[in-house]
Design a protein around this ligand. Structure first.
Ligand SMILES: Cc1cc2nc3c(=O)[nH]c(=O)nc-3n(C[C@H](O)[C@H](O)[C@H](O)COP(=O)(O)OP(=O)(O)OC[C@H]3O[C@@H](n4cnc5c(N)ncnc54)[C@H](O)[C@@H]3O)c2cc1C
Length: 356
């Protein structure tokens, strides 16, 4: 069986981003890499969106960038600007195609379906397959989105709607999310923050149909794409092992209060590439501890007081948009953190801090 210097388990967002980063920086000219991926073919399956707060390798896979966004609760809307940190959406289909095309040109990179097909004893492993313990109290961000096309122009494609809380909340936190790619094309998602016990939350088709037809008042449209997913708002239980680093979701790259992961993955890949020559002795790349601490409190508030969350999110955005964006993208300084914390209902957060 063949030996490799490096093995990446899981050729999804993190696995392929890392392979691309290593290849693009010529770290695989005298080293070999095996990518282990279960899927038979790559199809567009996700839309990765984020505020572009740092550079990344995939500007050519961006479907659309917005410099304006809105957030609303019943009877109140805020229109906000994000010119400095535009909100971008990456089409996973373009991302997979770009990376796979590039990697196939490198004879030092091989693709397998199962790690048992190679000898992994002497390799350094990057694992992106998360071990998710199904604890009944764990929170998830679960969602379902459809891309629609209309005959007549309908959307304002200059502004995306980050969160529309003007909808049924039940005992969870629920919002709609609209990304208008053009005047007659948009991705509309129904998103829940919950433990996923209430199956009626998963009646996604009806929720979206009702939102589009009765809330947006759009009656004629064609569905062109569907996407469904659930992001764990808890850390997977992948262990740290010698000669192995967990990457992506498995490597705790998800920001637990928001589900944003894509740019954290890009930063983790850059960090690994910069340290690849000495990787077995390099420290683990982590989201800063202060965010882990604050997100933990935030999640406790979501669990205990879901009803107040729409107002909390809305209030958070009354800080300057750059401050909130930097905070949500793990790039805020002490003063920016403090200005966000000041917007929170103090007593509820203090109680959450001391709750197990
Ligand atoms: C539908 C969806 C939309 C999302 N949207 C956003 C967003 O807008 N912004 C954002 O920041 N984050 C978003 N996320 C969160 C996060 O960015 C993605 O989940 C991202 O794909 C995580 O990358 P990953 O490499 O850790 O996992 P994945 O991309 O899921 O990659 C894991 C890979 O491992 C493979 N695999 C699984 N088991 C095995 C095995 N035993 N052996 C070999 N291979 C295996 C899988 O086939 C997959 O290709 C979204 C998540 C989902 C599910």
């Amino acid at each position: 069986m063949k030996d490799f210097d490096y093995i990446i388990i899981g050729g999804g967002c993190a696995g392929l981003s890392l392979a691309y980063e290593l290849d693009a920086h010529k770290k695989l000219e005298s080293k070999t890499l095996a990518i282990i991926e279960l899927r038979n073919e790559y199809k567009r399956d996700k839309t990765w969106s984020f505020w572009k707060i740092i550079p990344h390798n995939f500007d050519d896979c961006v479907k659309k960038s917005w410099s304006n966004f809105s957030i609303n609760i019943p009877n109140k809307t805020q229109h906000l600007e994000c010119k400095t940190f535009p909100y971008q959406s990456i089409d996973s289909g373009l991302f997979y195609e770009k990376i796979n095309k590039k990697l196939k040109e490198n004879k030092n990179i091989s693709f397998y379906k199962n790690i048992n097909e190679i000898n992994s004893e002497n390799s350094f492993i990057f694992n992106s397959v998360p071990k998710l313990d199904m604890n009944k109290n764990s929170l998830w961000q679960h969602f379902y989105g459809i891309e629609i096309e209309t005959k007549k122009n309908f959307f304002d494609d200059e502004i995306m709607n980050l969160m529309d809380f003007d909808c049924e909340q039940r005992e969870s936190v629920h919002f709609f999310y609209t990304l208008p790619y053009s005047k007659n094309k948009a991705l509309i998602e129904t998103t829940w923050l919950s433990t996923m016990h209430d199956d009626s939350e998963k009646d996604y088709d009806n929720q979206i149909k009702d939102y589009i037809e009765n809330h947006l008042n759009l009656k004629e449209y064609k569905i062109t794409y569907k996407e469904v997913g659930a992001i764990p708002l808890f850390y997977p239980s992948n262990e740290r092992e010698k000669n192995k680093i967990n990457i992506g979701t498995a490597g705790n790259m998800t920001r637990l209060s928001t589900g944003y992961t894509f740019l954290n993955i890009q930063e983790q890949c850059k960090f690994i590439r910069e340290n690849i020559e000495n990787i077995s002795k390099t420290k683990i790349f982590e989201i800063e501890k202060k965010y882990q601490f604050l997100d933990n409190i935030f999640l406790k508030v979501i669990k205990k007081n879901p009803k107040i969350m729409p107002k909390i999110f809305f209030k958070m955005f009354t800080s300057s948009p750059s401050t909130v964006i930097k905070f949500l993208s793990n790039k805020s300084n002490f003063f920016e953190d403090f200005s966000i914390i000041l917007k929170m209902p103090k007593w509820i957060f203090i109680k959450a801090l001391f709750r197990n």
